[in-house]
Design a protein around this ligand. Structure first.
Ligand SMILES: Cc1cc2nc3c(=O)[nH]c(=O)nc-3n(C[C@H](O)[C@H](O)[C@H](O)COP(=O)(O)OP(=O)(O)OC[C@H]3O[C@@H](n4cnc5c(N)ncnc54)[C@H](O)[C@@H]3O)c2cc1C
Length: 389
């Protein structure tokens, strides 16, 4: 009981400190970033130097050594403040693959510099234009030649690569036709982005609906040192898969933050805005949808907390992490829709920031995994129904 109380106090302190940091930037800063297609480098630097992006890195490597429960509180508060955590969330969790699968040499080479912010590892290249969600059919290849791997292929929607020193890449090292299981024969590599760009790697930004810094990548005989293989050759699918539960829980926490942002805004506006001589929030037609959205966000928040606690206890939590992500992404979207409706025409004015957050939170029903794929996971792996693919 005492330890639960301690954790609650620690989390309350983390929330207050992150909120204070975010308030220094404010919503106009995020609007300006979007207008300029800019990257919020000052925000990310301050978040890193304050230690928040290294919360999951063990103390021996210079991080805070905390759990996903604490990391979720950081992500939630960033989003609740009106910021977009998608600009930096991967710096928190991509390193988990290095931590769990890296050699001692790789861990001591990379993790302390990731914790200090000297190196950014906030990009991961999995998705391809022709194979999409069918990850094991991906076509990018890595062929071992002497003490190098030669990489050829294409990736799409690879976020933050232009603001990252390192990227994790998933590529095929053995053809799908030659492996017993389709998840075999894939390998994960650490790519030094700055060394690769222009030397076999071409990066092309994608103009998109939100300021998420996503790019198309073209690999044309990119040579990388064989020592950059992360984990065992042919077992890279597991290297990536192992990081997915943390990613899903943290993104679900972002959605809860977005949802709380929308509820804060909607309830305040409904109480202030007077039409027909009374606050619009005095009408049940306005207040009930806000109360319903609040209830959905709070319920999703409980699933996020459950998944985070299971993850931190080392328990299998694939189902809970997936369900948390689905519930939270749907709850934040509903809350955003209600917030738009409550603001009437002003919802469309950029200076109110709501339409930006509305667009940003929509992403999470699609990436990093779409709702259908989560439903398929629950149906087949939790409810033991027949496989569909
Ligand atoms: C802004 C943004 C940032 C991203 N960042 C990254 C990144 O950093 N790194 C990275 O690797 N990827 C990234 N992605 C890619 C993202 O993970 C994929 O877009 C997502 O997984 C869906 O894949 P897809 O777009 O190829 O859709 P598809 O696989 O083409 O699917 C399209 C639709 O069909 C549905 N569908 C497909 N197959 C089935 C089926 N068998 N049953 C039921 N429904 C099905 C899907 O649910 C989806 O709704 C990003 C995407 C976006 C938009």
């Amino acid at each position: 009981m005492a330890s639960h109380q301690q954790t609650d106090n620690d989390i309350a302190e983390i929330r207050a400190a992150v909120r204070q940091l975010c308030d220094k930037f404010g919503e106009d800063y995020w609007l300006q970033m979007e207008r300029e297609d800019g990257y919020p480098a000052e925000f990310v630097s301050e978040l890193t130097s304050s230690g928040y992006l290294g919360v999951l890195i063990p103390e021996q490597f210079g991080g805070a050594g905390l759990g996903v429960l604490e990391a979720s509180a950081v992500m939630e508060e960033i989003c609740r403040s009106g910021a977009h955590a998608g600009v930096c969330h991967a710096q928190m969790y991509v390193m988990g693959s290095v931590l769990r699968h890296g050699s001692d040499e790789q861990k001591s080479r990379y993790l302390p510099k990731i914790a200090s912010g000297e190196l950014r590892l906030q990009s991961f290249g999995v998705t391809e234009p022709t194979t999409g969600t069918d990850t094991t059919s991906l076509k990018t290849t890595a062929k071992k030649v002497g003490d190098q791997y030669i990489i050829n292929g294409q990736k799409v929607w690879i976020s933050r690569i232009q603001h990252s020193d390192l990227m994790l890449l998933l590529a095929r090292t053995t053809d799908k036709s030659e492996v017993a299981k389709k998840t075999d024969g894939l390998s994960t590599f650490i790519i030094d982005v700055k060394a690769a760009e222009g030397n076999g790697l071409t990066i092309r930004p994608i103009e998109s609906m939100i300021n998420h810094h996503s790019c198309e990548l073209f690999f044309d005989d990119l040579a990388i040192p064989a020592e950059n293989l992360l984990g065992q050759e042919g077992k890279g699918f597991k290297v990536i898969l192992d990081g997915m539960n943390a990613e899903r829980i943290l993104i679900a926490a972002e959605c809860v933050g977005d949802g709380r942002y929308f509820i804060d805004k909607a309830s305040a506006y409904a109480s202030d805005r007077v039409v027909f001589d009374r606050p619009i929030g005095a009408n049940q037609g306005v207040q009930f949808p806000i109360a319903r959205a609040y209830t959905q966000v709070e319920a999703a928040g409980l699933m996020v907390e459950k998944a985070a606690k299971m993850f931190d206890a080392g328990l299998p939590c694939g189902a809970e992490a997936n369900m948390a992500k689905m519930l939270a992404s749907e709850a934040s979207w509903s809350a955003g829709d209600v917030c738009m409706q409550t603001h009437g025409g002003f919802a469309f004015a950029k200076e109110y920031h709501i339409e930006r957050k509305f667009r940003e939170t929509r992403l999470y029903q699609i990436a990093p995994v779409s709702t259908n794929l989560i439903l398929s996971y629950v149906a087949e792996h939790v409810l033991d129904m027949p496989r569909s693919y």
